[in-house]
Design a protein around this ligand. Structure first.
Ligand code: SF4
Length: 85
């Protein structure tokens, strides 16, 4: 059992102190071809919805196990739970 730091709910990776994973996710997002990438405004809108979601914990969606910053970056991707976005 792990004691100490509580998971940061409502946080994306960098805000949760997960800089190592955050860098990897940003690198993966950068590799998505522009034609498949979500527009900047839509991307921010999706992440704001995730920040308010009860299933977000330390940047991970508990409904699908994805890092939301990566999942939201593909324009054809959808929220796995009742299509919040
Ligand atoms: S992808 Fe959907 S279910 Fe997952 S954290 Fe974001 S809003 Fe919530």
């Amino acid at each position: 059992m792990i004691y100490g730091k509580k998971p940061c709910v409502r946080c994306l990776l960098e805000e949760a102190g997960r800089q190592d994973v955050s860098q990897s996710v940003k690198a993966a997002v950068d590799k998505i071809p522009d034609s498949q990438k979500t527009g900047e405004m839509e991307y921010e809108k999706r992440l704001e919805i995730c920040r308010e979601c009860e299933f977000l914990t330390e940047g991970t969606c508990l409904k699908c196990g994805c890092y939301v910053e990566l999942r939201a970056a593909r324009k054809d991707s959808r929220c796995p739970y009742k299509t919040k976005w």
